[in-house]
Design a protein around this ligand. Structure first.
Ligand SMILES: C[S@@+](CC[C@H](N)C(=O)[O-])C[C@H]1O[C@@H](n2cnc3c(N)ncnc32)[C@H](O)[C@@H]1O
Length: 361
């Protein structure tokens, strides 16, 4: 997208563009609020005050989501009750059919009254952990367990808060298959479409991962941070996230502050098991050199695989052609296949019909 005009005009265009993107991705509330915020910025209102030091921000910094994340955190913490009244995430109600003028008045008031707090959120990139993406991982695990019925040691790079390291505690339903216990606090409703993965038993016996900026899902601060970046009218995403916090409190996972290269370097294949490396919507943050390093690290690990100490590599990443393929490679052999595809937030996964090669039948 090309931005034109003065720094204020360009930032207003950026807010509008972000608002339309939020609307398309299922948040009419943020669509409305960012359209109002763009007008307010041009009129020199509280939005201008909050953003005054950031008028050179580029699209990729998602400045608008940083600002709205700060205001959302205030609403969730009880420090902006007037805004919370319009945020379903905080128990409020909103009817975006009319352009949300009351919700905007409340956000404007919050920006004016709590300028410094919201400004402090502008310094940090949004940090999310999208639980819906586990639907792709779980299908991959089913394919892996069908290839060889061995316990799985799960390793996630770019794991954020590590919530998806507990994916086997989630429930997925779909038109052609289901996974897990329907009483799980995390329900991935209609998460599987198309040709469902094989009905194999998935047993996860180890959970470890890394992230350069990990979030602790057991602390109030960590939970607030992750929740604040979910859009307040996306109640299904919020419910999945909150359910995953409950599971994280009882299912331990080893999450470390480290780059992906370090996570791969400390991974070793173990006899009598699968090691499964997984990542989602993370590769786009790597430089070309880091991508190459990751691919080489996985290949080197694959070269050590045997029929008793196996490696699976599953990922859900954006493709240049659009959409996010779910890709699986297994070793020994390095057999790579695209299992299906999903939108960036992970749901639903549309599974493809696959024909197993003779070597795997
Ligand atoms: C969009 S988030 C996705 C998080 C998680 N995979 C999910 O799907 O919810 C991208 C994550 O990648 C992490 N990240 C970026 N570069 C990284 C690197 N070189 N090594 C490890 N983690 C990295 C970020 O800190 C962030 O948590």
């Amino acid at each position: 997208m090309e931005l034109n005009g003065s720094p204020v005009e360009r930032t207003a265009q950026l807010l509008r563009w972000q608002g339309e993107a939020c609307r398309e991705l299922g948040s009419p509330l943020y669509g409305d609020l960012l359209a109002h915020a763009a007008d307010d910025l041009l009129a020199g209102g509280p939005t201008a005050d909050v953003l005054s030091e950031h008028l050179d921000a580029r699209l990729s910094t998602v400045l608008a989501l940083r600002m709205l994340g700060g205001a959302h955190a205030l609403a969730l913490s009880g420090l902006a009750p007037e805004l919370a009244a319009y945020y379903p995430s905080a128990g409020g109600r909103v009817d975006p059919k009319d352009g949300s003028p009351d919700a905007w008045a409340a956000l404007r008031h919050t920006l004016a009254e709590q300028t410094d707090v919201v400004r402090s959120w502008l310094a940090h990139p949004p940090q999310t952990n999208e639980v819906g993406r586990a639907a792709a991982l779980l299908g991959g695990l089913r394919h892996i367990a069908a290839e060889a019925a061995l316990p799985i040691h799960l390793v996630e790079v770019g794991a954020s808060a590590g919530l998806n390291l507990r994916a086997d505690y989630f429930f997925v339903s779909g038109s052609t298959g289901r996974f897990g216990d329907p009483s799980s606090p995390v329900i991935l409703a209609n998460g599987w479409q198309g040709d469902a993965p094989p009905d194999s038993r998935v047993e996860v016996t180890g959970r470890t991962g890394g992230d350069i900026a990990p979030v602790d899902p057991m602390t109030a601060d960590g939970q607030l941070r992750l929740t604040a970046y979910v859009w307040p009218d996306q109640v299904d995403r919020l419910s999945r996230l909150r359910g995953a916090f409950e599971i994280a409190a009882r299912v331990p996972a080893d999450l470390r502050r480290e780059p992906a290269s370090a996570t791969i370097a400390r991974t070793q294949l173990a006899p009598g098991s699968w090691t499964v490396v997984w990542h989602s919507i993370f590769r786009q943050y790597l430089s070309d050199a880091q991508r190459t390093e990751l691919a080489e690290g996985i290949s080197a690990l694959g070269a050590t695989a045997t029929s008793d100490a196996r490696l699976g590599y599953v990922y859900l990443e954006q493709s240049r052609a659009g959409g996010c393929p779910v890709t699986l490679t297994t070793w020994p052999g390095g057999h790579r296949r695209v299992l299906g595809s999903a939108p960036a937030h992970g749901l639903p996964v549309n599974w493809r019909t696959l024909t197993a090669p003779a070597s795997l039948r």
